[in-house]
Design a binder for this molecule. Structure first.
Ligand SMILES: C[S@@+](CC[C@H](N)C(=O)[O-])C[C@H]1O[C@@H](n2cnc3c(N)ncnc32)[C@H](O)[C@@H]1O
Length: 234
């Protein structure tokens, strides 16, 4: 599905300092995914807003609110936004928040620290505090090149290696999982059963690189924005 976007670039097209840094860890890759996010005008806010409208008095949680771009755009009264630095309305880390939380949410957006380790913790916690038929969205699941995937960040935009959670989510039972091709890749999870056992593939995935992502992303169901709207409206 993503292969049609693959394109090889000459080494000189990438910043030389980033190439050398990546080569030290064998992470340089000259294939990129040639998608221009600005040409797809739907974004995370479109899909999250649509999902919230399915619930009466929707309870919304955002993990990582930053400058409130998304948080302040979601048309819901009952909102919780957590961020240790800025934005939202709870100044704390996600781990700290979930360790004390008792509230169950209808829609959750995970967009905190963009590492595989932290993101999968945020997802496991989110699924536990999500109502059945509730929606979980995850940002930045589609890095387009080694620069966007490299951890720690080399610049912006930065997806990090959160793409690895999609590899676990597509094998997790009790949820429906799709990945929307818009806005750096948005995971769309619907919780369909009370008990969800997150598929643990950590050991296999933790050391994978962007070039591995190019090889194994065909396991994921990528959908376009129109299909996502149909799924959420259903
Ligand atoms: C990409 S920004 C979020 C952008 C925002 N969700 C939006 O869509 O406009 C990521 C945010 O995650 C926050 N963050 C980093 N570590 C975190 C953690 N452990 N728990 C919660 N938020 C975290 C950062 O402070 C940063 O503001």
């Amino acid at each position: 599905m993503l292969k049609k976007y693959y394109k090889k670039l000459k080494r000189e097209k990438f910043p030389a300092s980033c190439v050398s840094k990546a080569e030290l860890e064998d992470k340089f890759c000259d294939t990129v995914i040639n998608i221009n996010w600005y040409s797809i005008l739907y974004n995370r806010i479109s899909f999250i807003s649509l999902a919230t409208q399915k619930f009466k008095n929707c309870k919304y949680l955002e993990v990582g609110s930053d400058n409130n771009h998304c948080f302040n755009s979601i048309p819901v009264i009952d909102k919780t936004g957590i961020d240790p630095k800025q934005g939202g309305n709870v100044r704390t880390t996600s781990d700290e928040f979930f360790s004390k939380n008792k509230k169950i949410f209808d829609v959750i957006f995970v967009d905190g620290l963009h590492t595989f380790d932290q993101c999968r913790k945020d997802i496991i916690n989110s699924i536990n505090f999500l109502n059945i038929n509730g929606y979980l969205f995850i940002h930045d699941l589609l890095p387009r090149n080694f620069l966007e995937e490299f951890t720690p960040p080399m610049g912006t935009p930065w997806c990090g290696d959160v793409w690895k959670v999609a590899q676990e989510l597509c094998k997790t039972k009790g949820i429906e999982f799709n990945l929307i091709i818009a806005d750096h890749g948005i995971g769309l999870v619907k919780k369909i059963e009370k008990n969800v056992n997150y598929f643990d593939d950590y050991t296999k995935l933790k050391n994978l690189k962007f070039k591995d992502f190019l090889e194994i992303n065909n396991k994921i169901k990528y959908i376009d924005p129109e299909e996502a709207i149909k799924i959420i409206n259903n």
